[in-house]
Design a protein. Sequence first.
Length: 199
Amino acid sequence: MPSFVLASASPARLATLRSAGVEPQVIVSGVDESQVAGLAPAELALRLAELKCAAVVERDGLPADAVVLGCDSVLELDGAALGKPDDAEEAVRRWQAMRGRSGILHSGHCVRDVATGRQTAATASTVVHFADVDDDEIAAYVATGEPLHVAGAFTVDGRGGAFVTGIEGDHHNVVGVSLPLLRDLLAELGHRWTDLWSR
């Protein structure tokens, strides 16, 4: 079983992997996401995932058999890429724009096999339908602080779950890591998903 490394600080990604039987080592990439601009939303998510993966692969002390996963998510609304809001006021404006509408959550995935140097990457995209929440609901949600820490200013696995009326595509992708896509990417590098299950 290779050493599986998650290059992400996201507690939701870690929880998703753990619930699927995978116990990764977490190494936060420290990548400045603001350094990448001017890309379409799906491309932006993929590029940031590649940068995060590369930053961790270059660290000293990484296991020689490590398989490193870098991820990044952005919400596409009206063609714009929305990451984490800068502050509560921006989160409120986001929700006022999103309510009663649909967006596309793009999660970039980049997997590198340190032993072979091989890498593969892809983006999973899921349509998210938002409830027509009122201003008081938005204010209460933003006051919890939850929307300030996540791409698109919403979660589907937390308090924001009640404000998501439907999803077209992979539910896990909205949380931040598409398990079916990850399985496919691992297979491209010669690894079986089941080999990552904690024994």
